[in-house]
Design a protein around this ligand. Structure first.
Ligand code: HPA
Length: 276
């Protein structure tokens, strides 16, 4: 099985290399409502997921499904316009397959974005949050099963998963642009339902600042392969304190994420131009 994963990564890689020899330094995963950043990229090549061997195909509204190669903020990047979620029915290993392929394409760092609910009274809808740690409550783990030592260790350590110094630089860029931003803990759930008030309260109590349905599998796989990462969330709905919870639709989540997308764009561009 793991042998097969290694072969599949290389088949995907070989196909991509028939399409472009562009060498990205950074990979970017664009989350719900946040795919606008892809339009800032001066595209050198675009590859539909459906053409890449072993790539899953995105089913969610607002998610496109292609890799976009080109320059962003003066840096060579590859963006995933469209990501995969466990609730769509894929295995955790399928969701994270593209991250493995990006690593083998030679990226030096992965930037992950997502939309999430806020379980911290100080984090308002529309705020940006740099993730400093996570709590994994998803039921499946992409590293489960036989481990291929060529990809990474059996028992990856998680202490230095998130780069606090890079978060500090991101916060500094946000401050300079007058953007409300925080550092926080992301709690990953399988979804697809949003949470009950009692659940939001519980997640607040156990230390979560944000809750969402993505990101943790990709982070685990990036960590497995020693791929440095940065995670930025857009808080799309306030879920704490309980009195502030409102009924929320996916359309509202997407609308808030889209309206915060220019802030995300400014920060990512700033990081690429100045720091990375
Ligand atoms: N819960 C889980 N995932 C989410 C939420 C939420 O409230 N908002 C955006 N993604």
């Amino acid at each position: 099985m793991s042998q097969l994963l290694f072969e599949h990564i290389h088949e995907a890689l070989q196909f991509i290399r028939t399409q472009t020899d562009f060498q990205p330094r950074y990979g970017i995963i664009l989350g719900t409502g946040l795919s606008g950043l892809a339009e800032e990229i001066e595209p050198v090549a675009e590859i539909d997921y459906k053409d890449i061997p072993h790539f899953p195909v995105s089913t969610v509204q607002s998610h496109k499904g292609k890799l976009v190669f080109g320059k962003l903020g003066g840096q060579p990047v590859v963006a995933m316009a469209g990501r995969f979620h466990y609730y769509e029915g894929y295995s955790a290993q399928q969701i994270t397959f593209p991250v493995r392929v990006l690593k083998y394409l030679g990226i030096e760092r992965l930037i992950i974005s997502n939309a999430a609910g806020s379980t911290n009274a100080n984090i308002e809808a529309g705020d940006i949050v740099f993730i400093r740690d996570h709590i994994n409550l998803q039921p499946e783990n992409p590293l489960r099963g036989p481990n291929d030592e060529r990809l990474g260790p059996r028992f990856p350590d998680m202490k230095y998963t998130y780069d606090r110094a890079l978060n500090a630089k991101g916060l500094e860029i946000a401050r300079r642009h007058g953007i409300r931003a925080h550092e926080g803990v992301y709690l990953g759930l399988q979804g697809p339902n949003l949470e009950t008030p009692a659940e939001y309260n519980f997640f607040h109590i156990i230390g979560a600042d944000l809750v969402g349905m993505s990101t943790v599998p990709e982070v685990l796989v990036a960590r497995h392969m020693e791929l440095p990462l940065l995670v930025m969330s857009v808080a799309t709905n306030k879920c704490y304190p309980i009195e502030e919870i409102r009924e929320t639709t996916v359309e509202e989540v997407i609308a808030v994420a889209q309206s915060a997308e220019p802030k995300m764009r400014q920060i990512v561009m700033g990081l690429l131009e100045e720091i990375l």
